[in-house]
Design a protein around this ligand. Sequence first.
Ligand code: LLP
Length: 424
Amino acid sequence: MPTPIPFSPLRTEIAGLSVEQLARQFGTPVYVYDATKIGERIADLRAFDKVRYAQKACSNLAILDLMRRQGVLVDAVSAGEIRRAMAAGYSIAGDPPPIAYTADIFDRESLELVVQQGIHVNCGSPDMIDQLGRLAPGRHITLRLNPGFGHGHSQKTNTGGEHSKHGIWHGELAECLRLADHHGLGISGLHMHIGSGTDLEHLAQVSGAMEKAAREVGRTLTSISAGGGLPIPYRQGETYVDLGAYFKLWDAMRKRLEDAFGHELILEIEPGRYLVAESGFLIAQICAIKRMGNNTFYLLDAGFNNLARPILYGAYHPMAIVPCGALGPKRAMHDVVVGGPLCESGDIFTQEAGGFVCTRSLPVAEVGEYLVIECAGAYGFVMGSNYNSKPLAAEVLISQGQPHLIRQRQTFEDIIAGESIPGD
Ligand code: LLP
């Protein structure tokens, strides 16, 4: 289990490179990822037979390429994500399949793609089984089950239980087996993912539910997936999940199933956040500092168009000031509200669930200095938008001590491309 690195309110470097220089070279707002950190997180999970990266967390081609080179398989939730995996060099054929499409629906594009390309499908609804079975009978599929309970860091990231739209309801498994059988689809694996940013207590319950379901399916199974959901420490004092204990639990259950089935079962894990969250930093510039009654606001050039987690979930991200201005390296601390440039009051990085603005103790800073939002690699850039006609940020990957621009900042022309004014 890794030891959490203490967060500091001042930061001068990322992966050995000067933040100030990165900001000057690539502009702000910019996402910077540390490849070494991703490698370390992959290594933490090596007890599992296969790690499948939930690319929705951060799907830049360079990140996918890095995962692929380190033997990590990939999950895709849309035609676009399947195409990304292919563009990053993932092959289609393999056992277990390098790319798996996990979803609750097929739209026209994704159905066409999985049928034509032979992409593995992890079905999250009876309709998916039926629709795939009609067009591609005889294939092997896996089933994503909703075990009837779930848990996440927010109600919005809980993917189990009857209020969730995700997965095949556990009570409908027998019916789905019949449906698959009707189409000649073989069930080669089961998958459960109860939520994102959950805890060991809830994750542990999943293995029990998996064992029960796997016994119901029987010996056609060759793999089981524990899904994702592993939390990371976002706040000082938070720790990692005991991965050793987590693996043991799943491994013991897998062995009982192997004894019952008389053959080996591959145990997969499917994290997104765990692999990339801590590798990512959003560097923004402080453009204005103002007082509103008793509050001091640091207003940045990054907003919820760049990082939506605070406005969506009241998510907490560590922050640090880059002391590059005239005030020098020693700074007094004070409580500030940190906000962005958007024309919307909710554009605040220091807020709690429900939209309640709160303050953060940060060093005194001046306009023109930089602020780094940390642990932003997962669900950061990928949830960005063009709200207020702001361009998507640039992305930089630091690998072997070198910064690589892995996505150019969008231009205004990129933003309006595809729009047109009807002629008369
Ligand atoms: N597998 C499936 C089927 C999933 O739906 C997800 C996440 C994962 C794996 C990866 O979960 P992770 O290991 O990252 O917890 N935008 C939210 C998180 C949404 C997660 C959606 N599904 C956030 O910023 O916290």
